[in-house]
Structures are given as C-alpha cells and as structure tokens.
Ligand binder design. Structure first.
Ligand code: ATP
Length: 360
C-alpha cells in the first residue's frame, strides 16, 4: 500500500514544541502500522511571513492537496495581527470544505477539573465549521461617524446543517447513541428554526439513536451541572466554538483539548490541531502541554482508517489515547496541570507507554 502522506505545519509559538512530541509518538506508531508514514514538514507561519511577506507560499493549497492529512501546531504571534497567520487555517478549512469540527472532551483520571463533584465526562462535540455566524457576511456603514451601523448576517443552509447532523448521528451510532442538538430557536427563529427542522428530519432517519434539542443557555448550565448526561453534541459554528472552550475547561484546560477539521467523504486532506493557540506567554520555555496535539494526531489515525488509507488506524488511535490516559493518571504533568515536567518529558512518557502497549 502507498505510504500515508502527512503534511506537518508546526507553525508559531508553542506549535513547534508540541509538534516535536507528536512526531516522536508517530515514529513509534509507524512501527506497528501496516503502511509507512511519509511525513513532510512545512516551516510556514509568522517567521515565514516576516521573511517573505506571506505566511505560506502562494500555492500552499495546491501543495497540501496531495496529502492524506495535515497536522497543524498553532498559528499566531504577537509581532503580527492575528488575522495574518490565522488566515492560513481559515483558508484550509474553507477551501478544503472541512465542514466538521470535531472535539472530544473527556475527563481523564489524574487530571484536575474545576467541578467539585468530578463527574464522568466523555462528550464528542461536532461543530459546524463552514457557515452559521462565521460566514463573513456583513459590513459597516458610515464608519467613524456617530451614525455608524454594523450588520453581520448568519448564513444557515439546509445542506450545511444536514451534512453535519448526519455526521453526528453516524458517530453516535458508534458510541452511546444519544445526540443533543444545540439551538436558540426561541430568540433566533429563522436561522435556528431551520437548524431545528433539518436536524429533526435527520434524527427521524436514526430511530436507534435518542435525540434531544437543548437551548444554548441551558446547555452551558447542564455542561457544568451534569456533563455526564451528554454523548454526541451537534452545534452551529458559534455555539460550538463557545461551548467547546467551556468543555476544555471542564476537562482540565486548553493544553489537553484536541480537534479535527474534516470532510468525511471529501477529496481534500483533513486537518488536525490542538485547540490551544500559540500561547506566546509560555512559548520557548519547553513547558507547553503536548497532550492536545498528540490527541489530535490520534484523531488523524482514526480518520485515516475511516478513509481506508490506514488499515487498523482506529486501533492505533485507541492505543495513543490509552497511553495519554495512563500518563495523565500517574504523571509526569506539565505546569498547567500543576506539575513541573517539560513538554518533552510528557511526550517521552507517552511515547514509552505507546511502545509498551504495542508490545514493541
Ligand atoms: P489564540 O488567539 O491563538 O487562541 P490565545 O493566547 O488567546 O491565542 P492560547 O494561545 O491558546 O490562546 O493560550 C491561552 C492560555 O492557555 C495561555 O495562558 C496559554 O499559556 C495557555 N495554554 C495554551 N496552550 C497551552 C499548552 N499547550 N500548555 C499549557 N498552557 C497552554
């Protein structure tokens, strides 16, 4: 079988630090994989921008198109406005039509959570990633005058809602068979009225999956009070963005949160990235938590299995997540989790555990 082609963009700030640990883990995983990994690193990001005037070469989308998956570290640097490096991520999401933003939120033993009752938390967030409130439709009039007006229009399409809902129900079938759809149709009856109708139609095709709709404000409340009642949550771009940050806090912090941007049947590579940004306040100190980035790579292995590019990839992903869980249970921990270990201490510990679990 042809090698799995992975494009790696370490990016800015802590991106290269956590990506180095991802590569350490992947090199071990590759030894148990039936297919070799062809990993190509691209030094794109703010340094590239300051040198050349571009975050990445103008043909970067063409370059990435030939890969099976993209692993991204982080983009963002205090030396330039955020929209410049982050624009690269948005272009990949849009041009490759990566309409699902997938974010697992799981509380692992050994990790502190702000919730005193320490419930079980294992939620799969499926956030719509291409439209809704982030569709960039709007403008400003009479700029700078006291009559200035700003209009921003949310764009919801039946097709966009349907495909993300189908993805959520399909995932629920492989989990605990509950889908919660997040809405606000009481206050936003046009956009979320369509959202509710379309998701309900999709739900009727999955009689084996329990379905509920919860208003976004109630959802924030329940995620704190009873996070254990949720399995798969499907949400619009805006609501998914906000609620998954709440989820990241519940699971122990941004350093642990993983994400995938994907189009399950599309022709383009999916992109996997930790939820955190470039964390300039701790960059260069070797103390960033690499777990979110490594967990994102596990999502990539699972995706590659689904695409038929990596036989046994789901099993490899399970082993990586198990190794993360085991290491979080007994340490070492980086400072964000109250420990004093370095990024590479944690990366090495996870790599060693993967090696053991794979019997290498
Ligand atoms: P962005 O706009 O790119 O999201 P940001 O500064 O708002 O940037 P992050 O870069 O994610 O957001 O950082 C938010 C906080 O979380 C910072 O205090 C940072 O140090 C911390 N943080 C982020 N990632 C990690 C990590 N991997 N390990 C430890 N702490 C982290």
């Amino acid at each position: 079988m042809l090698p799995v082609r992975l494009a790696v963009i370490p990016g800015d700030g802590v991106g290269p630090e956590v990506t180095a640990e991802v590569l350490r883990v992947l090199r071990v995983v590759e030894r148990r994989s039936q297919v070799p990994f062809d990993i190509v690193e691209f030094p794109w990001g703010t340094d590239h921008y300051l040198r050349t005037g571009h975050v990445a070469p103008p043909d970067f989308l063409e370059v990435l198109r030939g890969f099976d998956a993209i692993l991204l570290g982080a983009m963002g640097d205090p030396r330039v406005p955020d929209h410049i490096p982050v624009g690269l991520v948005l272009q990949i999401r849009r041009q490759f039509d990566l309409y699902v933003n997938l974010r697992p939120i799981r509380l692992v033993p050994g990790v502190p959570t702000p919730l005193a009752h320490r419930p079980t938390i294992d939620i799969l967030f499926v956030r719509e990633n291409t439209e809704g409130e982030y569709a960039q439709s709007g403008g400003r009039l009479y700029t700078g005058s006291k009559d200035e007006i700003a209009v921003h229009t949310a764009v919801f399409t039946a097709r966009g809602i349907e495909r993300v809902a189908v993805y959520a129900f399909e995932r629920a079938r492989r989990r605990r068979r509950l889908v919660t759809s997040v809405s606000k149709a009481n206050a936003l009856p046009h956009t979320y009225g369509l959202w509710d109708e379309v998701v309900k139609r999709v739900a009727s095709r999955y009689p084996d999956v329990t379905f509920e709709t919860v208003l976004v404000d109630a959802m924030a409340y329940h995620m704190v009070r009873q996070p254990d009642r949720f399995d798969v949550v499907v949400a619009s771009n805006l609501f998914g963005d906000i609620l998954t940050d709440l989820g990241a806090a519940l699971q122990g912090g941004l350093g642990l949160a993983a994400s995938a941007n994907l189009n399950p049947d599309g022709p383009y590579p999916a992109m996997f990235e930790p939820v955190h940004g470039s964390a300039p306040d701790i960059a260069g100190r070797g103390i960033a938590n690499p777990v979110g980035a490594i967990w994102s790579a596990a999502l990539a292995l699972e995706y590659l299995a689904h695409r038929g590019r990596l036989p046994g990839g789901d099993r490899l992903a399970e082993v990586v997540v198990q190794a993360i869980t085991d290491v979080l249970g007994v340490g070492p921990h980086t400072p964000d989790l109250g420990g004093s270990a370095s990024t590479s201490d944690v990366g090495r510990a996870i790599t060693e555990r993967v090696t053991e679990l794979m019997g290498l």
